[in-house]
Write a protein that binds this ligand. Structure first.
Ligand code: ME8
Length: 507
């Protein structure tokens, strides 16, 4: 049997509620998971939450809650949102899960025994808020000890710490990048990583002495493990690495390596330098791809919890519906680059494509079917025509785009097919045919309905609920997967006509 196609999202920090940015990555992962399931692959789709560290401890304190109780509350918000958005994950890993904690501790022990983790002394500057050590060379203003990320004052520290030998993997990593041009997408991001590696990697301090809320270091229980070292391991703790290591249970190898790690562009460095090095140290295969997508910005600034300029997904879902949100996020901007979020562009996209093109096509054709054939798809001779030809082209283009993780292009090709179908109605003018050639109208309506079945099918990963409703409207139940235009059955009886996407009038 084929290897399971393994898709992951980042595990999200739980210091605040999920916003559009988190929904974006998770929706993209879900669309790809649904696409691969639709074409018959076994898929394992993993998401989860990153729950340890100072930031979470601080947020919990502000809310007067113990960190785990606070975490449970935010995790529920994530799970509720994923349910509303129809996210079809197979597993949800929390870094506070026992299996995860055990796996992280085991990995620290394995690498310590191997000599890839060693005890040393860290002397330098530390940002408490970011939980990161800052090099003198990274200071923005050389005279001022201010964190380059959060701009808070840095603390000078000297303490016993444990280090992961990142430097040891530098050359192998460079070779890997050079041999695997597709590893980091979009490809323009690879150059930057290659330069970082070429400039030399220094060993990574993986323990913290001042952080309470975290996984204890098995070698020195007074310390906690650095959140990023803890978090990256989720990708294997969730799929049975421990059982594989301790009991030789090879279910793990049916899923690992990841086929794609979806991440935002601010964290692909962790995923393409630190994570592969940890995997090399463990003797495991490296992920096939890390996709570093762009950011949603708001009025030019990155949306973030700390800036307080975040868009609440429910504000959109409650007005336009979950599928419109799924569609918009992947349709508005090519996946690799940044996008400026605005309500005006959402409304324009919704009205012009969902209401006026897709919705209109369905309502016009269904009304004609009611009027001219009692709501039944009548038998007729099936002949190649512009719509069958265009459908075949679009199916090819769509598959190619999905496999390149180019959601924008995949959706554009569907929209093209919809536009051509609407134009076909104008050109054929069935209302005129009805009077002169009553037989010809059967084929025209069949051609339209067969194309609409393909449109609905292609939309299934993107708008699962609406696509299901479209198929029902065409009188076909169940999930269609065949992609054969001619497979639209005769005698299907259309459902009760409903408006798929009511037009939104700007207030
Ligand atoms: O970084 N636009 O968690 P996090 C697009 N726990 N995507 C955005 C976004 C925006 N404005 N804001 C957030 C962490 N995202 C770590 C990850 S993985 C082992 C550990 C998305 O809660 C995007 O995917 O800060 C980004 O990488 C992720 O949320 C960061 O989530």
């Amino acid at each position: 049997m084929d290897k399971t196609f393994f898709i992951t999202t980042p595990i999200y920090y739980i210091n605040a509620r999920p916003h559009i940015g988190h929904a974006y990555t998770t929706i993209a992962s879900d669309v790809l998971a649904r696409y691969y399931r639709m074409i018959g692959k076994n898929v394992f789709f993993l998401t989860g939450t990153d729950e340890h560290g100072q930031k979470v401890e601080n947020s919990a304190q502000k809310n007067s809650m113990p960190p785990k109780v606070f975490a449970d509350m935010i995790v529920k918000e994530y799970k509720d949102l994923w349910k509303v958005l129809d996210i079809s994950y197979d597993a949800f890993i929390r870094t506070t899960d026992e299996i995860h904690e055990k796996t992280v501790r085991k990995i620290v022990e394995i690498l310590y025994e191997k000599g890839d983790i060693y005890k040393g002394k860290y002397k330098g500057l530390y940002c408490i808020a970011c939980e990161s050590y800052v090099l003198e060379t990274d200071l923005e203003d050389k005279g001022k000890e201010i964190c380059p990320d959060c701009h808070r004052e840095l603390k000078a520290v000297e303490e016993d710490s444990y280090f992961f030998k990142l430097s040891k993997y530098q050359n192998r990593l460079l070779e890997f990048f050079e041999r695997n041009k597709e590893f980091l997408s979009p490809s323009f991001r690879s150059k930057e990583m290659i330069n970082i590696i070429k400039n030399g990697l220094i060993d990574l301090c993986i323990t913290r002495n001042t952080v309470e809320w975290g996984i204890k270091n098995p070698i020195d229980e007074k310390q906690t493990i650095y959140v990023w070292f803890d978090a990256l391991i989720n990708y294997i703790s969730a799929i049975g690495f421990l059982d594989f290591y301790e009991k030789k249970n090879d279910n793990f190898l049916k899923i690992w390596p990841a086929d794609i790690h979806f991440v935002g562009k601010e964290i692909y460095k962790f995923h393409t330098i630190i994570w592969p090095s940890i995997l090399m140290a463990l003797g495991l295969e490296l992920p096939k791809k890390v996709f570093g997508h762009g950011w949603w910005v708001f009025a030019g600034e990155k949306m973030s919890k700390s800036k307080g300029n975040v868009i609440d997904p429910y504000d959109i879902i409650n007005v336009f519906g979950k599928d419109a949100l799924r569609y918009f996020l992947l349709r508005e901007v090519p996946f690799g680059i940044d996008g400026d979020f605005s309500m005006d562009s959402l409304i324009d996209r919704y009205n012009s494509e969902l209401a006026n093109e897709i919705g209109n096509l369905f309502s016009r054709v269904l009304k004609m079917l009611e009027k001219y054939s009692n709501g039944i798809i009548l038998e007729c001779k099936i002949e190649p025509n512009i719509l069958s030809e265009k459908s075949k082209e679009v199916i090819k283009e769509y598959k190619k785009s999905m496999e390149k993780v180019d959601f924008y292009n995949a959706i554009s090709s569907i929209v093209d097919l919809v536009k051509i179908s609407n134009k076909y109605i104008e050109d054929m003018a069935p209302w005129k045919l009805a009077k002169i050639y009553p037989d010809k109208i059967k084929s025209v309506l069949y051609n339209l309905v067969a194309t609409m079945r393909i449109i609905a099918m292609l939309l299934q990963p993107i708008m699962p609920e609406k696509a299901g409703q479209m198929l029902k409207l065409l009188g076909i139940s169940g999930k269609e997967k065949d992609f054969v235009w001619e497979n639209m059955p005769f005698n299907a009886s259309i459902g009760k006509i409903e408006v798929l996407f009511p037009r939104y009038e700007k207030k």
